[in-house]
Design a protein around this ligand. Structure first.
Ligand code: ADP
Ligand code: MG
Length: 322
């Protein structure tokens, strides 16, 4: 199977047709129509075998995952997906693998209404770069830099589970093969859910001042938002939801650490005015208020203890083959 046979069989007609996409594959560039009053949001993420997923992982899940982590960045900007490109490097043209990979990718492309509009196909060690494009309404685009003292910090999504799933797969990479047997944590790692619809609903209905997606751990990503906004934060650890599966598997101390520092959850952190919280909760019942922005820098508990924003990078061996 040559490059064009691969593209035709697996990477054509993937995801819905959108009116904004004037040209997808078939010319030298995809062409998108951006509406007046909208901004184009662009982000790219690369997934490398044995670094972001085990070599033997279920290809359906790999297809889902490499798109999901890119879409999470659109969610963090409240951008409506317009399309994505896929630069994929394959060691061989394995029909069964490609078919499952493209089915997993298609499932999420359909779910989030984000069509595949172009890409590049090459031979080499397995990796894929997914670039997503989205449209943001100019009047309510979200930035990291909009947090101010007094705003509350809210969390959308579950933390710590993906870290637990990663631990389990680092421990036993063969597990990654059998998606039917995955527990909640393994699913959280391999099949993250980008919070696109939730973000668009919130952007439409509530004044969100600042936002970021949590991919490298709560503290690390909160610190990025705080630094962009030149504020500090006070976190109420009693309000921080620790997932029961994480608590059960790791015990209280390590579970708290996984919740604060574990990566790969693709949750969202937002700041808003306290009086808007009930409205925000009526749109997204799972929102939890975990703290507040304060003048100064850094992250502290209510009791004044400094929380070191040391993320997933420093936390664990990241490779599945080490
Ligand atoms: P060019 O040489 O002009 O860069 P290519 O021959 O690489 O074009 O690709 C032909 C067409 O197929 C282009 O429209 C490109 O966007 C698309 N394409 C290539 N690889 C992929 C892929 N993995 N997924 C989706 N579209 C792809
Ligand atoms: Mg090319």
């Amino acid at each position: 199977m040559d490059e064009f046979a691969i593209i035709n069989s697996y990477f054509t007609g993937l995801g819905p047709e959108l009116p904004e996409v004037l040209e997808a594959q078939g010319d030298d560039c995809a062409l998108l129509q951006i509406k007046h009053g909208e901004l184009l949001a662009i982000s790219v993420d690369t997934s490398v075998v044995d670094r972001h997923f085990p070599a033997q992982a279920d290809p359906w899940a790999i297809g889902w995952r490499c798109l999901a982590i890119a879409l999470s960045d659109l969610a963090a900007m409240a951008a409506r997906p317009l399309g994505f490109t896929l630069a994929i490097t394959l060691p061989e043209a394995d029909d069964a693998w490609l078919s499952e990979f493209s089915r997993g990718m298609r499932a999420l492309a359909d779910k989030t209404a984000c069509p595949l509009i172009g890409g590049d196909t090459t031979r080499g060690p397995l990796s894929m770069s997914v670039q997503v494009q989205g449209a943001v309404k100019s009047q309510h685009h979200w930035r990291r830099s909009g947090a101010r003292p007094g705003q509350i910090i809210v969390l959308l999504g579950e933390l710590g589970l993906a870290h637990l799933g990663l631990l389990s797969m680092l421990n036993d990479p063969v597990k990654a093969k059998d998606s039917k047997a995955w527990n909640k944590a393994e699913k959280a790692y391999m099949l993250p859910q980008p919070l696109i619809t939730e973000a668009l609903r919130l952007a439409q209905g509530v004044n969100i001042h600042a936002a970021i997606d949590v991919s490298d751990g709560l503290l690390a990503d909160l610190q990025h938002l705080l630094a962009s906004s030149a504020v500090g934060a006070q976190i109420d650890l009693k309000r921080l939801p620790i997932q029961p599966e994480v608590l059960k598997a790791l015990g209280r101390e390590a579970a708290l650490k996984a919740t604060l520092q574990g990566g790969d959850d693709y949750a969202l952190l937002l700041t808003l005015d306290e009086e808007d919280f009930e409205l925000a909760r009526s749109l997204c019942p799972n929102l939890v208020s975990i703290g507040r922005c304060v003048a100064g820098a850094g992250i502290r508990t209510l009791e004044g203890k400094v929380l070191d924003p040391q993320g997933f990078n420093h936390f664990l061996p990241q490779a599945f083959n080490e």
